[in-house]
Design a protein around this ligand. Structure first.
Ligand code: MIG
Length: 684
């Protein structure tokens, strides 16, 4: 059962696309007549009304998508406020996304979704351990309460409400190499050559901001890429897809068509006086396209055609929180104050004031209140709808692709997001660092992000913002090989971290080869999860709700109905403790061919896992297909599969397979029921 309570006049975010079967009530009235369940309204310390939910000692709170801390969000507070913050410490409260979905496992399970595009606080037992507090800037929102017979079914019901998740092309399940920045064709050629020479599988190379002419969207630096179209083609012939980045801001420059058109049509965000708002990002001064305005969105989406026409079939959308290095207005203020300090004796107070002052330049809250959107003829101040910007940018692209590429799937993922964007693209988890703790964060984030419909996801493997190590990259890959997006990405200036950059290149080749062996299974699970609104990754509580120990496990997760993963995420480990909620078969892979298995009993085990091995567990009655490793997805032989089977009793698997480009997703011909019994495989 789903109940929707409306308070005030909510902004239509289009997060929810199916209202079927949802009982809608007026929130205020429901409060008065006592039909608003679970929550109380109380005043907070500042005298503001907040929603309060009382938590029992044993309640677990899952959800909140892309966020810091564990799978169980209890004991910390989180603010939905899409932020460009590259330091994902435990002390943070906001990352790049706003995913206002909670899933409470308690005496009665409950799903909660708050549809509200502005800033929103979730205090999940942080101020008071027994209270969940939800606090909004304005009381214009809808709250959905979802009750079903299991956690799994609540999550499924929510996914039905928010609509089918974006479907990536199959090649985008191959391994991708990225680095900010590969400066020109030659560098990219070399990356590809080194992968191929070392038999490290590779399907894509990402192009960061340096492919553009001075960071201008929808341009190509012709010195670095003199014949871009031919280069795209050359790469295709080697099985490589080039994936350019697109930034939110449009450079202010006379003669630059995107700027001039946007200006002429009035498609950029304006200040309160109706003048185009100026902020600084990569290209220097830019305007922000009003992605929330239908016409502007359509216009911006069509711009991707510039690259589609050159043979490009994938993109990543960046800086769309939107990130602001500075606003012209505030920069002026700061510069004035700073120059007034010249020649002064800066004592402690003055010096720190100067330091703090400069820090107020980027992503300043006040700046987000200085520009406006025009949506269906009405003006909205940006901060009121802030969390929708990345969503709208990706929607611009997604809607354009449907029109421009009717037959073909286009890869698209974004940094910033809100629930609803999952229909147009996936997400990557932004600027992590090369820390073991960020590997754990990644493991913990995946089920939460996927509950919100973002199935095509992954983190920067190896870590983005600092120097990685051979060991850390291997461990990252050993979990990353299970995530739909598997991309190695690093920041400019960091140690090189391509799979051939370390001593044990053959071991990297073998590990990445395992991804390709697993690919028929992973792709099948992804497609079934998208079509059936089921979980690809899930916390153990979904599969073993009665097992309180399993429900509280923070470093293992379920993949489909078949596997449990228990990645190693600590330095110098040669194994780890694993909790098995039931008997399982341990699988240890050293390469696509070197596979070792062992039957293990329910309970605790110490399982060895060397730095260059991957382990996972198969559940009773289940089996999964394996292919041979290949250089790229196109070369994967999906006709000759072998099967990894739980044990010698009857096992079965529903295998989804299609050509990976077409859009006939729901054609039942793609699904085969495969059975194992008495030594034989049937149904394939
Ligand atoms: O301010 O384009 O998260 O993946 O490499 C940094 C350069 C801008 C942030 C993205 C990162 C990308 C980088 N971008």
């Amino acid at each position: 059962m789903v109940q929707k309570f409306i308070f005030g006049t909510p902004f239509e975010t289009e997060a929810i696309v199916s209202q079927t079967g949802i009982v809608t009530k007026d929130g205020k009235k429901a409060l008065e007549d006592g039909s608003f369940p679970y929550f109380m309204i109380r005043m907070d310390e500042t005298g503001k009304e907040v929603l309060s939910f009382s938590l029992k000692e044993e309640d677990i709170v899952f959800g909140l998508g892309e966020n810091v801390r564990g799978m169980n969000k209890r004991g910390w507070h989180y603010v939905s406020n899409c932020s460009d913050d590259p330091v994902h410490g435990e002390d943070k409260v906001s990352l790049y996304g706003a995913h206002n979905f909670l899933l409470i496992k308690g005496e009665r399970n409950l799903g909660i979704f708050i549809d509200y595009p502005g800033k929103l606080l979730f205090d999940v037992g942080y101020t008071h351990y027994d209270e969940l507090v939800i606090s909004l800037e304005e009381w214009n929102f809808a709250i959905y309460l979802i009750e079903e017979d299991s956690l799994e079914n609540i999550a499924k019901r929510f996914r039905e409400m928010i609509g089918r998740s974006y479907i990536a092309p199959k090649w985008a399940f191959g391994y991708g190499q990225s680095r900010w920045s590969y400066m020109n064709e030659e560098e990219i050629r070399e990356v590809v050559r080194k992968h191929r020479e070392n038999h490290i599988p590779l399907d894509s190379v990402y192009m960061d901001i340096d492919y553009m002419e001075r960071y201008k969207d929808f341009t190509i630096n012709e010195e670095a890429f003199p014949n871009f179209e031919a280069f795209v083609q050359e790469m295709k012939e080697q099985g490589i897809h080039l994936i350019p980045i697109i930034d939110a801001g449009v450079k202010i420059e006379e003669g630059y068509d995107v700027y001039e058109e946007g200006l002429e049509k009035g498609y950029f965000c304006k200040d309160q006086n109706g003048k185009e708002f100026v902020v600084g990002v990569w290209p220097g001064r830019v305007h922000l396209p009003d992605m929330l305005n239908k016409d502007a969105r359509k216009w911006f989406g069509q711009k991707y055609d510039f690259l589609l026409k050159k043979g490009i079939d994938g993109f990543w959308n960046d800086m769309n929180e939107p990130a602001l290095f500075y606003s012209e207005e505030h920069l002026e203020e700061v510069l004035k104050e700073v120059s007034a300090m010249q020649g002064q004796n800066l004592d402690l107070d003055k010096f720190f004031h100067l330091k703090d002052l400069v820090l107020t330049l980027s992503n300043n809250e006040e700046d987000y209140k200085k520009f406006y959107h025009v949506i269906d003829g009405k003006k909205y101040r940006h901060d009121k709808v802030h969390n929708l910007y990345g969503y709208a940018m990706t929607r611009a692209a997604g809607e354009a692709f449907e029109e421009l590429e009717k037959e073909k799937r286009i890869l698209m993922f974004s940094r910033s997001s809100y629930v609803g964007m999952h229909r147009y693209g996936g997400i990557w988890t932004g600027d992590n660092m090369a820390n073991f703790s960020h590997l754990l964060l990644y493991i913990q984030m995946m089920p939460a992000v996927q509950m919100c419909g973002f199935l095509y996801t992954g983190a920067d493997l190896g870590g983005f913002g600092s120097n990685t190590s051979e060991e850390l990259l291997m461990r990252f890959l050993e979990f990353g090989m299970f995530t739909p997006l598997m991309r190695n990405h690093a920041a400019m200036g960091t140690r090189r971290q391509e799979a051939y950059a370390f001593d044990r290149t053959e071991r990297f080749a073998a590990l990445i080869g395992i991804r390709y062996a697993l690919l028929p299974y992973l792709y099948s699970e992804y497609m079934k999860a998208v079509i059936g609104n089921t979980a690809y990754f899930a916390p153990l509580a979904f599969a073993y709700p009665q097992d309180m120990r399993a429900s509280r496990v923070e470093d293992q997760l379920m993949l489909g109905k078949e596997l449990m993963l228990a990645p190693v995420y600590t330095q110098n480990a040669t194994g780890r403790y694993v909790y098995l909620p039931e008997d399982m078969k341990l699988v240890r892979m050293r390469s696509a061919e070197e596979i070792e298995t062992e039957m293990l009993k329910k309970g605790d085990h110490y399982v060895s896992c060397k730095v260059d091995e991957v382990i996972f567990f198969v559940r009773p009655g289940r089996m999964i297909p394996l292919a041979k490793a290949a250089d790229c997805v196109e070369k994967l032989n999906e006709k000759e599969l072998t099967w990894l089977i739980y044990e010698d009793d009857a096992c079965s698997y529903d295998l989804y397979s299609d050509d990976g480009y077409e859009k006939t997703y729901e054609d039942t011909a793609h699904l085969k029921h495969v059975k194992y019994s008495q030594g034989g495989i049937y149904g394939i």
